[in-house]
Write a protein of this length. Structure first.
Length: 90
């Protein structure tokens, strides 16, 4: 099961600082780690990619799609990644 999705996992979230941001859909301030709403639009991040493999450290993994298999962060945004593919939903 996918971990709890937060505002910072949404395309509508624009960060202001480490703690808060703006929701473009609702036009109001929100907490970055607050629960997402019904207007949630999942942002492509490494942790949502079929090629991401978690590592031994909680905030570091590996991209198996890349020939060099680089280390990557699960929250790295993959909007422009040529290898990004959504994980299949169970």
């Amino acid at each position: 099961m996918e971990p709890r999705l937060k505002h910072l996992d949404c395309r509508n979230f624009a960060p202001i600082d480490v703690v808060k941001g703006l929701c473009h859909a609702r036009k109001e301030p929100v907490l970055a780690d607050g629960a997402c709403c019904e207007l949630f639009d999942k942002l492509p991040k490494c942790k949502h990619c079929a090629s991401y493999r978690p590592g031994l450290q909680p905030y570091l993994g590996m991209c198996v799609a890349s020939p060099s298999r680089p280390m990557t962060y699960p929250d790295l945004i993959g909007v422009t990644c040529e290898w990004f593919a959504w994980k299949p939903t169970a």
